[in-house]
Write a protein that binds this ligand. Sequence first.
Ligand code: AMP
Ligand code: ZN
Length: 132
Amino acid sequence: MDNCIFCKIANGEIPAATLYEDEDFRVILDLNPAAKGHALILPKMHAGDLFELPDETAARALVLAKKIAVKLKEGLHADGINVIQNNGEAAGQTVFHFHVHLIPRYAGDTVNVTWKPGTLTDSDRDEILSLF
Ligand code: AMP
Ligand code: ZN
């Protein structure tokens, strides 16, 4: 993808603070971190979102997320880590090249990745169960 910033970063055309690199992935620090250590897992191949990502790459992305999360958590003495992955504008995606966010969390921090819990209605439950 010619005009994709994460393609350019992942493939080394634009410099970024790189925590890890292999043949298929680059892991960088987010330029506008939600918390200290906020990192992004980028596949080198272009996929707009999870739905375009080959299964094998998707599987490897989560294994890599775990590996980097362990190092961040230990090294930065974080109390937790959010692993977040947005698909589509409605879901908060702003860069349309698949990526996984790793956000270290520190007790008492003000990072906001929460939602207001609703109530599962009988009709929603039945509608959704009928899809599977
Ligand atoms: P999302 O909203 O899930 O698409 O996340 C996009 C993320 O990419 C945001 O957290 C941005 O801060 C981050 N971001 C955008 N451009 C860059 C860049 N050039 N280098 C590092 N992180 C970036
Ligand atoms: Zn791309």
